[in-house]
Design a protein. Sequence first.
Lengths: 258, 258
Amino acid sequence: MKIAVTGKGGVGKTTVAGILARLFSDEGYRVLAVDADPDANLASALGIPESQYKKITPFSKMKKLAEERTGASGGYGSYFILNPKVDDLPEKYCVEHQGVKLLLMGTVEQGGSGCFCPEHALLKSLMKHLLIEREDVVIMDMEAGIEHLGRGTAESVDALLVVVEPGRRSIQTAMQIKSLAEDLGLKRVFAVGSKVVDEADVQFIRKNLVDLELLGFVYLSEEVKKADLEGVSPFDVGGMVVEGVRSIKARLVAKLNN
Amino acid sequence: MKIAVTGKGGVGKTTVAGILARLFSDEGYRVLAVDADPDANLASALGIPESQYKKITPFSKMKKLAEERTGASGGYGSYFILNPKVDDLPEKYCVEHQGVKLLLMGTVEQGGSGCFCPEHALLKSLMKHLLIEREDVVIMDMEAGIEHLGRGTAESVDALLVVVEPGRRSIQTAMQIKSLAEDLGLKRVFAVGSKVVDEADVQFIRKNLVDLELLGFVYLSEEVKKADLEGVSPFDVGGMVVEGVRSIKARLVAKLNN
């Protein structure tokens, strides 16, 4: 199962992705968590100590590896292999914690017309490998731009979860994501309400999210904020937020199995 | 005066940028507000109605304009002008509201080695023009990656404000921004504490922000959340948040004048 989690910055996307990964792992699945948002920190949401993840370089910054694998050496304008070998990379460059393997993708966004480079080719191949060839459960924490999903890989994503909070900009971002996802051919797009405080927040989200099926709500939690301040993973804190994600996961799995 | 505002997604960066722009405009300055974060919405923070800003295309998406101005036409590999004429663009493509001119930059991130395109050349020239040649007060809402600032333009930014909330990831992002800013030669980097609820939040930020001068704090406000849900600009709501930004602005201006 391949699940991508996205949404406006600060809505709780990484918390949802981290808890989802730990829940699947708890059930015995082999889980690959992919951090593809340079502004997020999936490692700490998974409970990986800072000392451990500080050592990892994101793939987007591995210029040498990209050049080696693509055969690029001559600089701008030279030819290079567009589908480099990558199947050994996830094992080689991951950190493992509580049964979850974490990969740091980083991001190399494509510019406009004709903008391409070895790092980009490496990321694209890696994404294809993770989504199409891997048997594991893959949970991917992505930027709102969902730039990482190309036309070829998007159809291998079983579900795109768009996390929204009770706020207009978060809803606007969700609507943009939905239309981007449609352009890419991604069919199963769902929303998750996050950081809701009361029934008015729930109603605001229900009313404003047009044509996007809601899988459920995660309440704003003082415990999660505190856990974050103390450097503890929200999954290990447990409580309301974990239970919220658990029921969202159950609903999602049921939908995908139908 | 050129001020760039940045920080992790969701910390209140756009709210701070929007209020700053409106405050300068209220004092009679000509203000250019630049939305350079595709995940933000500076327009609504400025109080510009959705019907008005929905009509604008960000510069990053103006492929035709980029091709016209750079003379690029032959696709990948063809030559084009790297410093196209842009000085007429701010007036041509802005929306004006309460004395603030808003420009939508969008983003065309540079990939790795040799990754370049006409859209990128256009944005780069425009950024240079705004920061180096303009007399206006420029308030720029940027991504945490501060990718828009190249080595040549960064030194024209009078101050970079990094907005942080009481949360570990927000602090980590701030530290990354600080080191990126140093690499670019940006000297005046300040922090603004945002979404603080109590003294413990203030202390958490003070304790964890190493080597980054704090200009002040903006408290979490139910009014701002409500205003957002109703589509009203936080500046027009007034109250605690606006007063917080007002005193931060006063401290900043005093620092820059010294």
